[in-house]
Design a binder for this molecule. Structure first.
Ligand SMILES: [Fe+2]
Ligand SMILES: [Fe+2]
Length: 161
């Protein structure tokens, strides 16, 4: 999976320039999020909103229906809305990170913690906050509980979306 990630991220980069219908993304999100969570979702870029809905859709196709996992799918990258990171630094970060090089350390690297804190302030359940905080952490293998199952599912789908 690591070998294909740079190519995959490059495709993501070029998709960033496509026009998007954010009303459609919000319409999906409001079926799963509280009003305060939805307000957070709306602060995400159109690109990140589309990615979040893609993650949600892929999880549902796999049969997942848990409310906490659905909320985490929609908000897992919300921290990106609050950290300073140029597009070029973000691309460099993910490409070097995929290659095992962590030299580029900017706001992007903190988006999981920042997003978890924002989700917590918005009244999200503790499991949702934990999923957001840990969505780039090493996989909990073997899984010990339901939260670990959700984290693994989110992590895998996030890599594909
Ligand atoms: Fe992320
Ligand atoms: Fe993501």
């Amino acid at each position: 999976m690591v070998a294909v990630r740079p190519v995959y991220r490059a495709k993501q980069f070029f998709r960033a320039f496509r026009r998007r219908d954010v009303h459609a993304f919000v319409a999906v999100a409001q079926a799963y999020l509280s009003p305060s969570q939805l307000a957070l979702f709306k602060q995400m870029s159109p690109y990140d909103q589309e990615h979040a809905v893609d993650v949600l859709t892929r999880l549902r196709r796999q049969g997942w229906r848990d409310a906490e996992l659905m909320q985490a799918a929609l908000l897992h990258d919300v921290g990106k809305a609050f950290v300073r990171s140029s597009l070029w630094r973000r691309v460099a970060h993910v490409l070097l990170w995929a290659a095992g090089d962590t030299r580029v350390r900017d706001g992007y690297a903190r988006h999981a913690d920042v997003g978890a804190e924002a989700a917590e302030r918005a009244g999200s359940p503790p499991q949702v906050v934990a999923l957001i905080r840990r969505h780039h952490a090493p996989l909990p293998l073997p899984p010990r509980d339901r939260l670990d199952d959700w984290l693994i599912a989110l992590h895998i789908v996030d890599e594909m979306a």
